[in-house]
Design a protein around this ligand. Structure first.
Ligand code: URA
Length: 436
């Protein structure tokens, strides 16, 4: 099969056959001299970006990408295996909370989250803020974590969906990332490789999200539900607001603290509510419970401290220092903080999540390029959230910084990252839509 013919099919709005998709994916996984070169791959990616794919094509692409590498078989570990995936947001630390809560309710949670890129954070970076926490477990160690704790959180190994690694790196530099079929196949191929039977998707929507509009978020959520279901997964998707940061803490070590506080029952309402809701969806899918019954189980695990205990065991199992649960001074922290004030009295009407995320990245807490090193200690605490009253003596942001030059660069950004009005804004819902 000639690559040019495959590209032409999609260029001319045709439907790719399973054999054509297989040839493309095999080439992406290993350019083995079969006639495909990177320029063929990128030309086809652009044709898909422009002309789309049918759900059937996307489902086949997803399966082929998962099969391009190793698919974990966890059938020897008792219990339903369910994961959650978020499309990424600012202050979104729910995985550190809902993973332990779902595991405390009897779900096996084999998480392989990603690292932060751009303005949004990544679960692996947050976990690595915990001294000695190892996200590079061997498969045997990962299985032991799932058996002993019910929860394992590791980075994707090189043999998970290698076709996605190649295709994502090409999409990243050829303006073909924002394609619903390509995003669907990219996310789900990696999830299928985890050996799960169920997935809860948190599709973020708003100015701090990858998907800025409700329509694009809905299209992605619907595609993931349809294609995941076609590949044998039970999938449930929520579309949730990402206009303001989730919770108050943004930055890797800071987000670990807020996650632990939430597992202790002291978390901010938005973060607690969303974590409980997503965990309940996982429990509902895993145990076949109604939303109400699953929600009650998760809330009981939160109230009893069972979720916190799972997180403590998870840290210990993965080589980290579990004393951080009660002693936050063991986490990386900066010596210097500075407050950002408002110049007027009124109510916070908006906090721009994207600007806060960019500021956290510029302080050193995130990456612009995949190979950038991050500083786990830096970050921003949102002291005043939308709806809260402020006066000029109140802090809106508390900036934890290490480098004065970086601080100077972020201060103007943060000064423009909030708005103050005479009246509080109407309360905006956090959960915008539920799909399946
Ligand atoms: N996240 C992924 O894993 N893949 C995409 O294509 C986009 C976001």
């Amino acid at each position: 099969m000639r690559p040019g013919d495959v590209i032409q099919t999609k260029r001319d709005y045709g439907e790719l056959s399973p054999e054509q998709i297989d040839a493309f994916v095999t080439a992406a996984a290993r350019l083995d001299g079969s006639g495909w070169e990177k320029y063929h791959l990128t030309a086809l990616l652009m044709a898909i970006y422009l002309n789309g794919m049918t759900p059937g094509e996307t489902a086949h692409l997803t399966r082929a990408m998962a099969d391009s590498g190793k698919r974990l078989d966890l059938s020897d570990i008792d219990g339903p295996k369910v994961d959650k995936h978020s499309t990424g947001g600012v202050g979104d630390k729910t995985s550190l909370i809902l993973g332990p809560l779902a595991a405390a309710c009897g779900v096996i949670v084999p998480m392989m989250p990603g690292r932060g890129l751009g303005h949004s954070g990544g679960t692996l970076d947050k976990l690595e803020a915990i001294p000695d926490f190892n996200v590079n477990l061997t498969e045997a160690e990962f299985r032991a974590a799932l058996k002993n704790v019910g929860l394992g959180m590791i980075g994707q190994t090189a043999d998970i969906a290698p076709a996605d690694k190649m295709l994502y790196s090409l999409r990243d530099v050829t303006a073909t990332v924002e394609s619903i079929p390509l995003i669907t196949a990219s996310i789900l191929s990696k999830k299928l490789s985890e050996g799960i039977s169920g997935l809860v998707m948190d599709v973020k929507s708003g100015r701090g999200a990858f998907m800025k509009t409700r329509a694009s978020s809905r299209a992605l959520a619907e595609s993931i539900v349809k294609v995941g279901t076609a590949n044998g997964l039970k999938v449930s998707a929520l579309i949730t607001a990402m206009d303001a940061p989730l919770g108050r803490y943004v930055g890797n070590a800071l987000e670990v603290i807020e996650s632990i506080e939430t597992l202790k029952g002291n978390g901010p309402k938005d973060l607690t509510d969303l974590s409980v809701k997503l965990a309940a969806r996982m429990v509902g899918i895993a145990l076949g419970l109604s939303d109400a019954a699953a929600g009650a189980k998760v809330r009981a695990a939160l109230a009893s401290g069972a979720g916190l205990e799972v997180f403590r065991k998870c840290i210990e199992q993965q080589g980290g220092d579990p004393r951080v649960i009660n002693d936050y001074s063991l986490l990386p922290h900066t010596d210097a903080t500075v407050q950002v004030h408002t110049d007027r009295t009124g109510y916070i009407t908006g906090i721009d999540a994207e600007k806060v995320g960019i500021a956290a990245r510029m302080l050193g807490g995130g990456r612009s390029r995949a190979e950038d090193k991050i500083d786990p200690a830096v970050g921003i605490i949102v002291r005043a959230k939308p709806g809260e009253r402020v006066t000029p003596s109140d802090s809106v942001f508390e900036v934890h910084y290490r480098d004065g030059a970086k601080l100077a660069a972020v201060m103007p950004l943060l000064a423009g990252a909030f708005t103050v009005g005479d009246a509080p804004p109407s309360e905006a819902p956090l959960i915008l839509e539920e799909i399946a």
